[in-house]
Each structure stands twice: as C-alpha cells, then as structure tokens.
Design a protein around this ligand. Sequence first.
Ligand code: CUK
Ligand code: CUA
Ligand code: CA
Length: 640
Amino acid sequence: MSDKKTTIEAEKAGLSRRGFLGATAVTGATLAAGAATMGGTVMTRESWAAAVKESQLKTHVGPGELDEYYGFWSGGHSGEVRVLGVPSMRELMRIPVFNTCSATGWGLTNESREVLGDSVKFLNGDAHHPHISMTDGKYDGKYLFINDKANSRVARIRLDIMKCDKITTIPNVQSIHGLRLQKVPHTKYVFCNAEFIIPQPNDGSVNFENWDKSEKFTMFNAVDAETMEVAWQVIVDGNLDNCDMCYTGKYAASTCYNSEGATDLAGQMRNERDWVTVFNIPRIEEEIKKGNFTTIGDSKVPVVDGRKKDGKNARVTRYVPVPKNPHGLNTSPDGKYFIANGKLSPTCSIIAIDKLEDLFNDKFADEREVIVGEPELGLGPLHTTFDGRGNGYTTLFIDSQVVKWNIEEAIRFYNGEKVNYIKQKLDVHYQPGHNHASLTESSEADGKWLVVLSKFSKDRFLPVGPLHPENDQLIDISGDEMKLVHDGPTFAEPHDCIMARRDQIQTKKVWDRNDPYFATTRAIAEKDGIDLMKDNKVIRDGKKVRVYMTSAAPTFNLTEFEVNQGDEVTVFVTNLDMIEDVTHGFCMVNHGVSMEISPQQTSSITFVADKPGMFWYYCNWFCHALHMEMAGRMYVKPAN
Ligand code: CUK
Ligand code: CUA
Ligand code: CA
C-alpha cells in the first residue's frame, strides 16, 4: 500500500497524517485485505481507526493535567538522564550525570565536583541502563542507578531531589554496560557488567604481539547501593553484556556475546552458541567470607574467580549455552524466567529460574536443561519486556518490529504442542533497541504502556540536517492488541527507560537546609564562622578568598566585593527564598562560572580571578520581574 493512498484514506477517515501513520503500522498489511482482527473479532478499517484514535486520546494530557507515570530515560552518550511524563511523553527535567551542564553548573560547582570525584576530568559519559531501587520486588522510589559505558562508572541519582549524589569508578575493568538491581528483599547490590576483556594486570606489559598468550578477562561487579562502594567482583569466562536479577535474591544472569574472546568482528561471531552466565550470589558471599578471593593491584575489592578450570565449574557461576551473540537479559515479572534475547539468532532462550538450584548442584548432564523454551520471534531480537499477563514484548532490530508473544505457550510449543505463541507483530519506526513496559521490572507490571526506543527516525520528523533524532514510540498495550499512539523524538541516545507510577516517586519542593548534598559546603562555612542564612562576607585565607552571599528575589545581598588578581575565589550563594520554584542562578561574566541555587539551597563555585578589572555577576535563572536587575560587581585589583 503506497504512503499516498494511506494518507488519503486517513484523511477520509478524519485522521491526521500523524495519527494515521500510527495506525498504518499495525494495519498496513491487513488493511489491504480490507479488515483486521483484533481480540478475535474482525474489524473494519473504520473501527480500527476509531480504536487507535481512542488510545491516542488516552495519551492526551491536557494543560494543567499531570501524567500518570514518571519515565526515566538514559541519555546514552549525552551522559545525562531525562525525566519524561508518560503518557504525554513530555520532557519534564534533565538530570546531568556524566556530562557537564551549563544551566545547573553540574561539573562546575564544588558540590557536583565532589560527587564526580576523580572522574571530574572526564567530560563525557555513555549512560545506558536506568533502574529504580526496589523493596520486596517493587520500586521504592529512593534511588535511580545508571551505568557509564564510556568511563566504567556507576552513578546514583537521589529521586527525592532528582540529582546525582554518588559516582563510583569500577576498578580493573573497562566499560560498565549491563546494570540491574537486586529486587528482594531490597536493593542491597547494584550489579553491573564490565563488557570488554582486558589484560590483567593492564599495566602495559601486554602488547598486540603477546595479547594471545597473556592472561585477560573481564568481571561481574556488585556495588553496595547505600555506600556506593564496590562490594566484590567475579572473574568470568567470555565477556558480559546485559544482566538482570531474579525475585529470590539468589541469582543474577548476564549474556555473553564474546565467548570466543575474540578481538575482531568475525571472531566474535565464530561460535554458533555463546552463553548466559548465571551468578549464585549467596555462594559468592560465602567464598568471600571464607577468604577464597584475591585482589588486583591497588584495589582492595575482593575478587572471586568464576571461570571454569579444566572443564570444571567454579562454585559461583554456571554457563548456559544459548544461540549466537545474545543481547538483552530480562526477568519475567512473575519471577519464573530469565529471558535471553538472541540478536544474531531469531530466538529467545527461556531459562527456568526454579531449575537453577539443581544446575548449581550439578544435577544436569547438560546446562541447557534449564532452558524450557526457545521461541523463534523474528530477526534481531534485542530486548524483552512484559505486561504482567504472561506476554513478552520483544524488539526485533532487523525486522523493525515489536513482537508480542505468550511465554507459557512458547514453552508448550518447545514441548511439542502445536500452539501459535506469536500474538502480534507491530511495525515500529525504525530499528528498535530497548523496549520497556510500565512497571515491568517489578512484580507490579501493569501492562498499560510500552515505550519502544527506535534507533532511527528517518522521515518521521521535520528534517534537522544529517544527524537525525531517535524515535521513542508509545504503544498502548492495555488491550489485546498493541496500538501505536505516539512518536517522540529524542536526542542522542537513550538506550533504555524505566516507568514508575507517579505515586511511587516523592520529591522535595524546596531543599532541606541539612541535606547531605551540600554538607561539605556547610562544613567549610562553619569553619569560617559563617551563618549561611545570614552572612554576606568576604573571608581571605592567603591567596584563597571565600565570598559568602545570600540571595532573595530579586537581589544578591552582596552586590560588590574586591579580590586581588590571581586569587582563587570561591563564591557561596544561599537562596533564602522559601517559595517553591524560585530558583536563582549565579553567573560571573567572562569567567566560565554558572550555577543553580534552588530555594533553601547553598551552592558554591571556585574560579581564578586572573584578569584585573570590574566584572559583573548576575542571576541567570529567571526569578522575578526584576530578574535582569539581580546583579553585582566583582573588582579585581591588578597584581602590580
Ligand atoms: S544496550 Cu543499547 S540497545 Cu546498552 Cu541495553 Cu541494547
Ligand atoms: Cu534571581 Cu533571576
Ligand atoms: Ca559470539
């Protein structure tokens, strides 16, 4: 069916082009025959269009209305996290994490630089997998964790203030990719996969010539969710891609696509099967307690060896062969299965979690006995998500589709029954990576909305030059059939998202003066004998100058101060305003200085006053009718 014809038909049916493009995905093939089936009943073109229109109405969040779900999008190699409302798909906020932010001063302020620690020198990051902390298998709304593939870090965002408060670099590995959380009894550990195999120790003694003969491996890592310190690491065979955790607190599983340990493309595709590595968490903890661990280099983190030796399994790991280069690894919300997505194989492998105890007790002759289904879904299966009603939704990268399939029926098929486990295939636009259904990683998966993160948008939006946005599509999965209802362009490059009910996230409206986020700042002021809520003072400490000021819309309460050329100046601004939404900024002109100071917050920033002269500073967050007038001057006295 030509695009032109569908457009005309859409207009006839009273739909906008945009609206009809949503419908055409589902109906493109079936409408040619004049009818589609939905929920077993034959639908006409008109009734189908009406059904899609009805779902679109559900996504409409009118002026002044609030979304039902919070969505947290990874920002890919932009390094940030974005907060969207679902179903409107409106962007609500950006949380800078591994990037720098000119607006909030992330990466510039002393508070953010303290969080960034040693890694403050990196201005980039690659954030893929955002996950919300859990208690008893449900999102508890406390934290959101995210990986940095680019610089091997894990970050934590406090969801009460929606700011990143901890960043940890994982030692002796390269590229933290898959990241998931312990679900029960609560998120004690953040599990993260280091993707690339590297020489150990990686001190330069291994070059290209002796690479083959050298010892090299990668590790599975557990970070303590509260302290954000690395709790332990496990050496594995092969590499590690994506991971997930079960609902018993016992097992984590990761896909490995490079069982070959190859360094080139052809080599990484050589084996017909790679594997899923299953980790036995209680056994890992036992090994550490017994002292069966080593350490690497300067790192004090206990390292347990999970590699096979002479064909014999280690106590802590099992390797389950699955077809070629698997990618996503997803736990079904009923807690029964790990599902590994085939990528180069058109299949998904269903691993029964209740068989893992026997697997670890070596009850099976073949590790593949834990696989209870291997449905063929289509080309390029990458990630699976769930509706809580027994169905999986798997992205097919090559086919540009999402396939809805029934898990129990796929298992029955594997056992020889003739059942069609495929429920529907829906075209998406185009080449989807992750998809994510509402509440899907928790036991409360509610099967309402599905977001599909499509890597290509091609012609779906107004052209913006050679670099295109991606396309996050919203699909209504509340009925028997998936209905595409919204296209959402996004900038580089969300890999994944997570949706929580809005009642699961509780945020603060103004800062608590005792918030640990600026505890160090308070301690510095206290040493200077400063009351941050009152004092407007300049403290000289050799060549270091600390300038304390309060602000209340529309003034800084210190509108001039003098320093000497060459001084290292730290400006502390405390926002006295108590009113929600009255955020001030502080920008020192021609010094690269900018920061956010929200109500009741203290922020500080340090710079060198290297040029003599008079410099204006001003408030750069619009706060008042007299916001333009909210300014002051710094005089820098020449050195000679
Ligand atoms: S990965 Cu990118 S599409 Cu980093 Cu979760 Cu699969
Ligand atoms: Cu204060 Cu604008
Ligand atoms: Ca492979």
